[in-house]
Design a protein around this ligand. Sequence first.
Ligand SMILES: [Zn+2]
Ligand SMILES: [Zn+2]
Length: 281
Amino acid sequence: MKLTDCHTHTQFSVDSEADIEKCIGRAIELGLAAYAITDHCECNRWYSKEHYPDETTYQYFDFGRDFENSVSAVTALKQKYSGKLNLICGVEMGQATHNFEIAEKVVSDPRLDFVLGSMHQLPRTEDFCFIDYTEYSLDGIYDLAQCYFEEIHKLCKWGKFDVLAHLTYFMRYLKCKAKIDIDISRFDDIISESFRLLAENGKGLEINTSGIRQGFGDTFPDLKYVKLFREMGGEIISIGSDSHTVGDIGANVADGIETARAAGFTRIAYYINRKPNFIEL
Ligand SMILES: [Zn+2]
Ligand SMILES: [Zn+2]
């Protein structure tokens, strides 16, 4: 069975130093049927710092510059490695709901093959990876989770991306950093409704395998929610390692495929020119 990795980062992401050509070399070595580079583009930090005088959360901006650097590099490398690798020019677009104007600009870039829709941060709150959860009561944490799923619902309603990335992402930090485990089943109604919107609009759900290697011990989302996506009519699944290093490319994607299978899916997708291509499992 040929593996795909449709969520990876390179030197053009703020949190990665992975040399892009080394990444490509590794993807070729692994024989990936499709390899998507999806560097970060946070819509709420598109411009430089001066543009956001009231922004007091984490201090990284200029994602418009990062986006251009990544997409132009990958576009050139697609030519260079043509015939050797199915290289996909993607983006991990964060927080479209915080600035739809920027999000529209991103998704209309004709060089893009693939757009992951992500939510790393809630309005007026830090990125989930920077939140000090010890400052929150358990009720406060459930309130954060509620806001997260409401924001995901808003994102799905807008729906101009291809695949919803790492649903339940915030639980990575909650469980791995703060050692807090919550039961998100109380949000199943809004999650179902978000899945229904995705399915209706022909959008996909990502099985993100980073949690397996990072101590969360499962995919984002886990099997229960991949199954729920299928029950709500979802047909498109993409698998991504969310690698930020050369060595993590392709990590646990075989496990992600097992999750897709266990949920009843018989194929997985990768995108070229914003259209899904399917690999039978
Ligand atoms: Zn992400
Ligand atoms: Zn990512």
